[in-house]
Design a protein around this ligand. Sequence first.
Ligand code: FNR
Length: 184
Amino acid sequence: SKKKISVLVGSLRAGSFNKKIAKEVIKIAPSNLELEILEIGQLTHYNEDLDQGNPPQEWVQFRNKIKNSDGFLFFTPEYNRSVPGVLKNALDVASRPYGQNCWAGKPGAVVSVSPGALGAFGANHHLRQSMVFLNVPMMPQPEAYIGNARNLFDEAGNLAANTKDFLQNFINAYENWLDKFQTI
Ligand code: FNR
């Protein structure tokens, strides 16, 4: 049966390069993977007080989506050498209440995308640090740092062929990475 992969994009911008790259990967993913972008911008800032009684409905829905995933694909920009707050907040929301970490044990992978030359390396590795604590085995190789994002799309919006090839190899490797783990 198909594996449900939740796709998290760390940018809320309509013209987001990360979102564009995520959509390209969704197009070329192996057919046994079902990729779905989960919205994260609607999630109220994490506050433990709200987890005492009835937590916000959007937290509950998001946590269920994460719980029902077989794995996670992250596409993140770099904000000040780290992950954007909106993505960190999504990690935090689905990691709580204490003892109910929804992420645990599902294999993940990250692509970081920036118009800058360094390909959001800092964000890529800050995300990996959190995922170690959340018990998400993140695919080590191939690493995916996509820099100079402004130059990767032509005027018609087509992605450069070598980047597409790179992403094809990346998502194929992620399929193999998933196979190494038993998921529910
Ligand atoms: C940035 N940007 C940025 N880029 C980078 O490579 N390293 C960085 O540390 C930062 N820091 C940063 C902070 C803040 C607050 C903003 C708004 C932006 C630029 C960033 O890479 C650029 O805006 C991207 O286009 C964001 O990704 P999306 O929205 O195109 O997916």
